[in-house]
Design a protein around this ligand. Structure first.
Ligand code: ADP
Ligand code: MG
Length: 716
């Protein structure tokens, strides 16, 4: 065997085009290019999406329904008919092998050719998916390999690429039969799989029982005959696992270095003087939970270090992240630096502002609010005070990230509800100071596999405990017929002095949609159902001042019921609100429903969430909603949501930075991700990685895969 080429040479060979591949003409090349397959490497990584097990010729009596099977037999009868309803022609052949009979059917065919080829008494090997309609089993459009006087063994041996083994079935074969696709891919594999060189360090390959890249590729396309059929289907076969590991490893290595790069930078070594934190703790009406104290400890340790902090605090809705952030902010302020807190909506920014301002004023400190909805003159004045360092804490929306915002000395940036922001925003915030510490907070309980890929460069703290005295929220999924009942339930709560939310997916009634609009409905509810209570309306198109007024009134209890769009989704905190009714609930993602629901159940009183189904909701939607009724565990809900909707949808289009995987599947390959991550972080912490010749190829591969997204010039 020829020795493997060097890694760079391997890259060069694999990045070649498909121009010189037998069977791939200009038209096919163009077609493949449209699906993203341009290079040899692209083709190698276009893996079969399933396999056909043609190792065995089955007796017709033993054909399994739902499986693609191979069987041989003699043609017993041939018949062409026309369906009575659709007037479609059907060509039907009955085949028997002594053990039983099966019907073969064609719905599109060339009559002359079929009549000539399929004659009674002829024998052939057939392959196709076995189905049952009525008494006889059927195979539609089977592959047929005629024996033409040969024995079965002879015929199979004559076509080793299509019989006696497990065959790949390729996904992008529009205008290409599987047979041709197999031929082309086989050709590419034979020439190029052997030159695919894995830049994974040898010890990592060994420790994790991976196959070298060349073997892995060869096997994943053409699995060996001794592989158990079950493993093949599950895609957990060692070859695929090796490719997945490879893919995850370089992602995680990049993230590890990114994190390390930040860690190695010079930051502000804060002192913890307790000048403000102690008085604040004394003012709080409660004691921090053990989880809050632990996380605050982790944050303080980061802040005291001479390198910038880059930490994610994850905690379910209501776990009390805000106060932890405020404590961290006070540490930064004790060190005469400023703090910026960024929230995804004006309402949330406003709420934080009001809360923070109250505490900070008591401590003799100044707070400012910065939102898009402010008047230019007002804004200019605020900007000036920030620049002059007269304000210690700035709370705002993404308006804080605008270029015009300059700080005297930014020490800490806090991003609340990180899932609403991309990675980019973190970078912008960082550049507003000299390597300030960054703290991001999220309540979206991102499933671990996803958070490892998205936030892999952040250190993680988890507030895994709710403040004491909360009663779990009761959730009910109901239909229109129970609407009156739901209203009377809400009424009872209001009569006891509690407050309620009704949430709608849209703001205005559009002609095309049958959605109840918050605006129209607020009126109806106020006039007809809850005329003895004060209702307020809140939606994203209202002016900042209007929103502020409504929110303030609701907080103070002047408004008993808030009718709202999802602007209240994140962060709003009104502990006296004990009921939430969500209209058209199936139009929301589960994670979003969880966020919404988290607006109730924030005080000691028992709370209820009513999910109203649409009249014409789907079965699927109904099933999803049931998950909400069954659990209040944000992580379980997130997993379910991810499973139902897939990663792209789950995160929404807003979420930048989720890489496309060629082989890996985040839902299925979580455990491989964890292994790859562990290895990647171990390597990134090994000084040898940066200078030893042994890792030169791994370093090069990392640069190849990440390009300049990493700013990793230092490892080149
Ligand atoms: P989230 O983590 O969802 O942002 P918040 O920070 O808004 O949660 O806190 C939810 C509620 O819990 C607030 O009313 C807050 O005052 C209260 N809270 C926070 N910490 C505690 C605690 N240790 N004990 C009791 N209540 C607390
Ligand atoms: Mg919050």
């Amino acid at each position: 065997m020829a020795p493997s080429p060097s890694y760079p040479r391997s890259r060069e060979l694999l990045s070649g085009s498909l121009e010189n591949i037998r069977g791939v003409g200009p038209r096919l090349r163009e077609k493949l290019a449209k699906t993203g397959v341009r290079t040899i490497e692209d083709a190698l990584y276009t893996l079969p999406h399933r396999y056909e097990d043609r190792r065995e010729i089955r007796k017709i009596a033993q054909l399994r329904e739902g499986f693609t099977e191979v069987f041989s037999g003699e043609i017993l009868a041939v018949n062409e008919s026309v369906t009575s309803r659709a007037r479609k022609r059907i060509f039907e052949v009955i085949v028997g092998d002594g053990s039983g009979q099966v019907a073969l059917k064609w719905f599109h065919y060339r009559k002359e050719w079929m009549k000539k080829r399929f004659t009674v008494g002829t024998s052939a090997v057939f392959t196709g998916e076995v189905k049952r309609f009525g008494a006889l089993r059927e195979v539609h459009h089977p592959d047929s390999e005629f024996l033409d006087g040969r024995s079965l063994e002879e015929a199979m041996a004559a076509d080793p690429m299509n019989f006696g083994r497990i065959l790949p079935v390729y996904p992008l074969t529009e205008g290409l039969t599987q047979k041709t696709a197999r031929k082309i891919w086989k050709n590419i594999l034979e020439r190029f799989a052997p030159v695919a060189v894995s830049p994974l360090p040898r010890e990592i390959i060994e420790r994790n029982q991976l196959l070298p890249l060349d073997h892995a590729l060869a096997r994943v396309h053409w699995p060996p005959n001794d592989i158990p059929a079950e493993e093949l289907e599950k895609g957990v076969e060692q070859a695929r696992r090796s490719l997945v590991f490879d893919e995850f490893f370089f992602l995680e290595l990049g993230l590890a270095l990114k994190r390390r790069g930040i860690v190695l930078e010079k930051g502000i070594p804060f002192q913890v003087s307790h000048l403000y934190t102690k008085p604040l703790a004394a003012m709080l009406p409660y004691r921090l939970t053990a989880a809050q104290r632990r996380v605050l400890g982790e944050i303080k340790k980061d802040m005291m270090a001479p390198h910038p902090m880059n930490r994610l605090v994850q905690g379910d809705v209501g776990s009390g992240k805000t106060i932890v952030a405020l404590m961290a902010a006070l540490v930064a302020i004790e060190n005469e630096t400023q703090v910026a807190v960024i929230a995804p909506t004006e309402i949330l920014a406003e709420q934080h502002y009001l809360q923070f301002q109250r505490w900070l004023e008591a401590l003799g400190l100044k707070t400012a609010l910065l939102c898009g909805g402010q008047k230019p003159a007002e804004r200019l004045e605020i900007l000036e005070r920030i620049r002059a360092g007269e304000v210690q804490l700035i709370v705002g929306t993404h308006a804080v990230l605008q270029e015009s915002v300059a700080f005297k000395r930014l020490g800490l940036g806090v991003i609340d509800e990180q899932h609403r922001f991309g990675v980019v925003q973190r970078g912008i915030l960082r550049k507003k100071g000299e390597n300030p510490d960054i703290l991001v907070m999220t309540a979206t309980p991102i499933p671990r596999t996803l958070s490892l890929t998205l936030y892999g460069d952040l250190a993680l703290s988890v507030i895994d405990e709710l403040p004491p005295g909360r009663t779990p929220i009761r959730t009910r999924v109901i239909g229109e017929e129970k609407r009156a009942e739901a209203y009377s339930f809400i009424r009872k709560e209001l009569e006891q002095g509690r407050q309620a939310y009704i949430v709608y997916p849209l703001v205005d009634d559009s002609e095309k949609s049958d959605l109840l609009a918050a605006t129209a409905d607020a009126e109806r509810l106020q006039q007809e159902i809850f005329s003895d209570f004060r209702l307020g309306l809140l939606h994203g198109r209202m002016k900042t001042a209007e929103k502020e007024a409504v929110m303030a009134a609701f907080k103070e209890g002047g408004i008993q019921m808030l009718i709202s769009t999802t602007v209240i989704e994140v962060g709003i905190d009104v502990p006296n609100a004990t009921v939430m009714m969500i209209e058209h609930a199936e139009r929301f993602g589960l994670a979003q429903l969880h966020q919404l629901r988290g607006r109730v159940g924030r005080g000691a009183d028992a709370s209820t969430c009513i999910l109203m189904r649409s009249r014409r909701g789907s079965e699927d939607g109904r099933k999803r909603l049931q998950v909400m009724a069954e659990t209040t565990d944000g992580f379980r809900i997130a997993e379910a949501d991810l499973e139902i909707r897939g990663p792209g949808e789950f995160l929404g289009t807003r979420q930048a930075g989720l890489p496309d995987f060629r082989v890996a599947n985040l839902l299925r390959d979580g455990s491989v991700l964890e292994l790859a991550r562990k290895e990647a972080f171990r390597l990134a912490n090994d000084p040898a990685f940066f200078n030893s010749e042994k890792y030169a190829e791994t370093r090069q591969a990392l640069l190849d895969r990440w390009g300049n997204r990493l700013e990793l010039a230092s490892i080149g």
